[in-house]
Design a binder for this molecule. Structure first.
Ligand code: GLV
Length: 322
């Protein structure tokens, strides 16, 4: 009997080709977050899960899956998974680090430029017939060369952003709980210094108990009124209500968000009505090559778990100790 594996959402068959003939795969429907009823029904027999970041794996779900031997997330962030609960049950959790670093760093610079140079608005104005002349004072944006980029979380993605930023002549400072040696010319500063000095503040930290709500009213008021906030990390790192007030009352100049809280952001949310807020639908890793590789890595982790081998990318290696 092949082990039963639940895949929370459909993926192109070429991306998950390694599972063929190896597992009995049950796939959820497209276009909705979470675990669909057909998957919930199958949980008691499931030995492996492959999930997207929109499918939560918590204690209640684990209780319904007593045969589970591996959880494989098709994402680098694992905040949708109660990793501690998996560890207590000896279930390894896999993720997909590294492969999405470049795509996410590219998008960060894309968002930064888009907001700093009014790309969505100026393109919309051109399309709508408001490009009547070459306006010396129209659509004026911010210079990058000589400006300061503050990176919160100098992990793989933060470093890739710093590397790109130097090419634009930005000075790079960073903050995280502990300084780390880096070859990307990023200078360690305190959280308060970063907020006060940065023209662009870019978030690249994981979502956990110490980063949830990190950017709230106090932090937003400590930023320059000309500053631009970029979030490609996780929505709940920023307090949404405070951000709405910051953008509408001019505490900061603008924001670009690839992630939001809640996510997806409902179409009537006040953030969409703010001209100084650019929102994209969590597309940091959305390139053909990256998404395919993420799916392949998720399958590699899953198969390793089912075969009792250590996962190539495991976030709770403690399960292998003792
Ligand atoms: C995407 O947000 C990821 O964590 O992979």
């Amino acid at each position: 009997m092949k082990p039963m594996v639940l895949l929370s959402h459909p993926l192109p068959s070429e991306w998950i080709a390694s599972l063929e003939g190896q597992v009995h795969l049950i796939v959820g429907p497209d276009e909705r977050p979470g675990w669909a009823p057909n998957l919930l029904e199958a949980l008691p027999a499931a030995e492996g899960l492959i999930c997207l970041l929109t499918a939560r794996v918590d204690e209640a779900l684990l209780d319904r899956a007593p045969r589970l031997r591996v959880v494989s997330n098709m994402a680098v962030g694992v905040d949708n998974i109660d990793v501690a609960a998996c560890t207590r049950r000896g279930i390894p959790v896999g993720n997909t680090p590294g492969v999405l670093t470049d795509a996410t760093a590219d998008l960060t610079l894309g968002l930064l430029l888009a907001v700093a140079r009014w790309l969505p608005q100026s393109a919309q104005d051109a399309r709508a017939g408001r490009w009547t002349t070459w306006s010396p004072t129209g659509w004026l944006g911010a210079d990058l060369r000589g400006a300061t980029l503050g990176i919160i979380g100098l992990g793989k993605i933060g470093m890739a952003v710093a590397e790109r930023a130097r090419g634009f002549g930005l000075r790079v400072v960073y903050w995280q709980p502990r300084p780390k040696e880096n070859k990307v010319g990023a200078t360690y500063v305190s959280f308060e210094e970063l907020l006060a000095a940065s023209d662009f503040v870019s978030l690249h930290c994981p979502l956990n108990d110490s980063t949830r709500g990190l950017i709230g009213e106090t932090a937003l008021r400590a930023m320059k009124p000309t500053a631009i906030l970029i979030n490609v990390a996780r929505g709940p790192v920023v307090q949404t209500e405070a951000l709405v007030r910051a953008l509408s009352q001019g505490w900061i100049a603008a924001a670009a968000l690839d992630v939001t809280d809640p996510e997806p952001l409902p179409s009537d949310h006040p953030l969409y009505s703010l001209p100084n807020c650019l929102i994209t639908p969590h597309i940091g890793s959305a390139t053909y090559g990256t998404r395919r590789r993420m799916a392949e890595m998720a399958c590699e982790n899953l198969l390793a778990g089912l075969e009792g081998r250590p996962l190539p990318h495991c976030v709770n290696p403690q399960v292998y100790e003792g």
